[in-house]
Ligand binder design. Structure first.
Ligand SMILES: *Cc1c(COP(=O)(O)O)cnc(C)c1O
Length: 485
């Protein structure tokens, strides 16, 4: 299947090479030249298990792998990694339905794709005869980093280097990364925010060239991240029908806590593949750049950046929006480049009314600050005994503002125990000093069991203490790549 770059549509490749490259050479993102239909009938959609559905969707979006490879990748990649039988769980609490995507190895939704990415990558290397080793470079707002580390640690012929904002992730997120074992692993803090880390990493892709090592991406700029995420939108839909909350064929909305726009874009792709999706609610925290964009058509990053209680959404440059803009511009790469140049140079761009009509046909936006998200956590706990994390809470609080028609599924992206201190604060409880004490207290108060793998972090040794400036990223990456050779 043809994948093309958003910044030069003549730059064409297939799914294997798009997964290996991550980012296109021209700085653009790869997208399917034509989004294919899912090919799922009602009977099929309703009868498939999570793994079977993932295999089907990946087979359609990444056809060059072939059916047997995809089967192996999904089966092996997901095996024994999840603490619910169906990989994900749909839970109904009061008027809300939550798709819990955090039952994997790192307790955040990033696992849904990252459990598969190393296998997608090594299979692509062998199928294309790429002789290089692969160094995975990742900028993280907190959750991608750990999920990628967990996935790539000690995978032969690969290395993984993760950059996180030194002061911009939760204590648990930081510890998860700093204690990561593996001979091929590097973890480094950045003096700056996520956008600084992401910009630095994108620059390293362009600047760093080490013979025998190709750089790869575990961020949602990689279609190997995006495509597995499409599957759970189909699964949520099927599960809503099986739970008798939805008639088959009826439209279903999704409320998605958004940062880099990857998760929600996967929902849009599901819609374009034929899933009856109504609105995609782009839920932002106080960093409401996307809310403002959806309202005004102006994307303006010249604004204050806030550290919030939902750190994985503290992002002002939402990379995957570029993919949507590209489709919305009728694949006019020149026009897209104009917008991206404005963003990089002036710090803002204005989308045309036609482009905004295209976007607003499928998306709406709302934002909720910490106070509003905390109120949602408290209310849902007290009324329904349902405990959610701070990111999910943003998506839940936004529901009241957006006033969507019809049924909606809220994507629940992280375990509340990843953000225990904030969740305790939301519940009106005193927050103990250390993060493990907070975890224990939250468990004691709510009776919701904490994930074993978060509790056991306490016994682990911190192995990674590097902190550098964004300007030092290139050198750091070059050294890491040389060590891998
Ligand atoms: C990454 C992340 C998000 C944001 O997802 P995007 O794909 O970046 O929009 C939301 N919640 C949690 C917990 C995350 O880790």
């Amino acid at each position: 299947m043809e994948y093309i770059s958003t910044r030069n549509k003549k730059n064409k490749t297939d799914s294997l090479r798009a997964v290996i490259k991550g980012l296109a050479e021209d700085g653009g993102l790869f997208v399917p030249a034509v989004i294919p239909p899912s090919g799922l009938t009602k009977e099929k959609l309703l009868s498939l298990s999570y793994d079977e559905l993932a295999m089907h969707i990946l087979g359609v979006l990444l056809p060059e792998y072939g059916e047997s490879r995809i089967r192996e990748i999904v089966t092996e990649g997901y095996r024994d990694k999840f603490d619910v039988p169906g990989r994900v769980a749909l839970r109904h609490a009061g008027d809300y339905s939550f798709l819990e995507l955090y039952h994997g190895p790192t307790s955040a939704f990033k696992d849904m794709a990252l459990c598969l990415l190393p296998r997608l990558l090594t299979a692509a290397n062998s199928l294309t005869g790429n002789p290089d080793k692969v160094m995975i470079l990742t900028a993280t707002s907190g959750d991608t980093g750990k999920a990628a580390l967990e996935a790539f640690a000690d995978v032969p012929d690969t290395g993984i280097t993760v950059f996180y904002p030194a002061e911009g992730v939760s204590d648990i997120q930081k510890l998860q990364m700093q204690t990561q074992k593996g001979g091929n692993v590097r973890v480094c803090g950045i003096e700056g925010n996520f956008d600084d880390a992401q910009t630095g990493v994108k620059k390293a892709f362009e600047d760093v060239h080490v013979k025998g090592v190709s750089l790869g991406s575990a961020n949602s700029i990689n279609i190997g991240r995006l495509t597995p995420q499409v599957a759970y939108y189909f699964y949520a839909y099927a599960q809503m029908v099986r739970d008798k909350k939805l008639e088959y064929g009826e439209k279903l909305n999704f409320s998605v806590p958004t940062g880099n726009f990857g998760d929600i874009l996967a929902g849009w792709i599901a819609k374009k593949m034929g899933l009856p999706v109504g609105r995609l609610l782009c839920a932002s925290n106080r960093n409401r750049i996307l809310t403002d964009f959806l309202e005004s058509g102006i994307y303006d990053r010249r604004r204050d950046f806030y550290l919030t209680a939902s750190p994985s959404m503290d992002i002002l440059i939402s990379s995957n929006l570029e993919r949507l803009l590209f489709y919305g511009l009728g694949m006019d790469d020149e026009a897209l480049l104009g917008l991206m140049k404005d963003l990089a140079g002036k710090g803002w761009y204005k989308a045309s009314p036609e482009l905004m009509d295209f976007i607003r046909a499928d998306f709406c936006g709302a934002s909720a600050d910490d106070e509003e998200a905390f109120a949602s956590i408290k209310e849902l706990w007290e009324k329904e005994n349902y405990l959610m994390d701070t990111h999910t809470a943003v998506a839940c609080a936004c529901m009241e503002k957006a006033k969507l028609k019809g049924k909606t599924v809220i994507l629940s992206t992280a375990s509340p125990y990843k953000f225990s201190a904030s969740v305790l604060e939301a519940l009106g409880e005193e927050v103990p000093e250390g993060c493990f004490e907070a975890m224990d207290k939250l468990e004691k108060i709510t009776g919701v069991p904490k994930p074993e793998r978060l509790g056991s972090l306490k016994e682990k040794t911190v192995l990674h203490r590097d902190v550098i400036t964004p300007a030092e990223i290139n050198d750091y990456v070059e050294r890491a790549a040389n060590d891998l050779r």
